[in-house]
Ligand binder design. Structure first.
Ligand SMILES: O=C(O)CCC(=O)C(=O)O
Ligand SMILES: [Fe+2]
Length: 531
């Protein structure tokens, strides 16, 4: 599966409707409240008039029995009416309205918020986006969005903190702190920022700076119990490290920050990539995602583009445009092999079927929960639409492989930050589930991957062991063999979908199995046939 279903661009569009509905309800509520307040103001004015008259000459006023009566009335039954209007809680009614909409509208959960924050951190790491630039809406030199406020940065820091990610907590709380000074409309307090920042700075191994930040915090909240405790602890650590003397304090201990907080002055450790992948592999994965060229020019020099027909009459009229991306294992791109109309149909068919689920991570063989992957998948059978059937037949015609053991078309949509970590498409030796083992189809011999959208930035398919990055182009498709001709899995085919930085990415997979291919793995394509 191309990732788990967490939330996606399509869901995000639903959120815009949700926001519109909330705005409408809030507007109605404000209007109603304005009417209510106007009524209250009317009462007040009446009270003022009467009171004015009474206070001019109290005894003269009360000498009139009508006045005496009216005063009592104003403070009893009249006031009751006022109280009634004052405590009339129109808000409750609107909250009920909104609650009723919850069944119909998509409301993101706390977990969604966390997922969105994690996706942003992932983009930051993969594409080496500078925190300050990102907070100013600058994505790789292009100005994309509005700026983040100190409160926004604080929230990102808080999400990171809750995930135990002190690295990103420091980056985002640091940004929050620097933004805070210049903001007139503050939505977070300085001490709230300092509290997280100090602790995570300590957790990242910067004890002295953590102490300075804690001292800053204690300047604002002198009796902050946790800060007092932390300060003691940081001083103990610094004494053990010999930074401050054994007994007593140095001027260091009570000093706050001497200059604006700058994360560049700290030593920070980025959290490791993912399990099962060496640091070197992860590093290459990220480099390829960023578009760095890693391929040896000698290998690249052997790659060709050509027109192919596969001896299929269909392609005599319009030969296929094939581009080699790697030779051993064979990895090719075909251009213009899916038409816009087909793409629209497939997207439409897939749309209502996207749902949240768990899938197996083929790199680990484990079932994973839907957390942290902003992508979604749906399966389409050949018989569902003539376009789906035609696409499958076309893959058969182009690859020369038997499509009766090909899986249903898997359609994937990646939203911002959507990705698929490095994995193999074939079942590895100890894997027992997920590959139609019982059907006798055996392993996934080859992968066909239709690209159904361009991606504005990010979203490449990368093969770290081959130094190859494929950039999605609407209408093209990638094809590769996962297995050696003897059926053994080729580890060099490990690949990943890089996070989408801007835009949205649509792909559709066709996985082809070993069964029935015995005489078919076509010679024209098996550069490694002799191996
Ligand atoms: O979306 C991509 O670029 C790759 C998808 C993939 O590897 C998969 O679905 O197995
Ligand atoms: Fe894959």
């Amino acid at each position: 599966a191309c990732g788990e279903i967490f939330s996606s661009l399509a869901d995000m569009e639903g959120l815009v409707s949700t926001e519109f509905e909330l705005m409408k309800q809030l507007d109605n509520y404000i209007q109603e409240e304005e009417i209510r307040l106007k009524r209250l103001r009317g009462y007040l004015e009446e009270y003022e008039n009467n009171h004015h008259e009474a206070s001019e000459d109290v005894s003269k006023y009360l000498a009139n029995p009508l006045n005496a009566y009216l005063l009592v009335k104003r403070l009893t039954s009249d006031w009751k009416k006022v109280e009634g209007v004052m405590t009339q809680n129109a808000g409750t009614a609107f909250m009920i309205n909104i609650t009723q909409h919850r069944g119909v509208l998509y409301f993101p959960s706390e977990e969604d918020l966390n997922g969105a924050a994690v996706a942003l951190m992932r983009l930051q790491d993969t594409y080496k986006l500078d925190t300050h630039a990102l907070a100013n809406g600058d994505l790789l030199g292009k100005k994309y969005s509005r700026q983040l406020t100190a409160g926004d940065c604080w929230e990102l820091g808080r999400q990171s903190y809750n995930n135990g990610d002190h690295y990103h907590t420091v980056l985002w709380m640091g940004e929050a702190l620097n933004k805070w000074d210049d903001e007139s409309n503050k939505t977070v307090t300085r001490n709230e920022i300092l509290e997280y920042l100090a602790f995570s700075t300590f957790k990242q191994g910067n004890v002295k700076e953590a102490l300075q930040l804690t001292n800053e915090l204690l300047k604002i909240v002198p009796y902050h119990q946790r800060a007092i405790g932390n300060k003691k602890h940081y001083e103990d650590v610094l004494r053990q490290l010999g930074v401050i003397p054994e007994h007593g304090k140095t001027e260091d201990s009570d000093v706050g920050m001497s200059e604006p907080f700058n994360t560049a002055n700290l030593k920070l450790k980025k959290p490791p990539g993912t399990f099962g992948i060496s640091n070197d592999h992860w590093d290459k994965y990220e480099k390829l995602c960023r578009g760095e060229k890693l391929m040896d020019p000698k290998i690249e020099g052997h790659l060709r583009c050509r027109y192919v027909t596969n001896n299929e009459p269909y392609f005599f009229i319009q030969p296929l445009k094939m581009e080699e991306a790697f030779l051993k294992p064979l990895l090719v791109i075909y251009h213009d092999v899916i038409f816009d109309e087909e793409i629209e149909t497939v997207k439409k068919l897939a749309h209502p079927r996207f749902k949240r689920t768990t899938v197996m991570n083929s790199a680990t063989g484990k079932l994973e929960t839907a957390k942290y992957r902003i992508s979604k998948a749906a399966f389409l059978k050949n018989k569902e639409h003539h376009h789906v059937l035609k696409m499958s037949r076309r893959v058969g015609a182009i690859t020369g492989l038997d499509m009766s053991t090909a899986e249903d078309l898997q359609v994937c949509n990646y939203g911002i930050g959507g990705h698929y970590e490095p994995h193999f498409d074939y079942a590895r030796k100890n894997e027992t589930i997920g590959f139609n083992k019982d059907s006798g189809w055996r392993n996934r011999i080859a992968t066909w991957l239709f690209y159904m959208s361009d991606v504005e930035a990010g979203g490449a398919t990368v093969f770290p062991a081959l130094n190859v990055a494929l950039w999605p182009q609407k209408g093209s498709a990638a094809f590769w063999y996962n297995l050696f001709p003897n059926g053994e899995g080729n580890e060099l085919t490990r690949h990943a979908a890089c996070p989408v930085l801007t835009g949205s990415k649509w792909v559709a997979n066709k996985w082809i199995h070993e069964k029935n291919q015995e005489l078919r793995r076509p010679c024209g394509l098996t550069v490694d046939a002799e191996t």
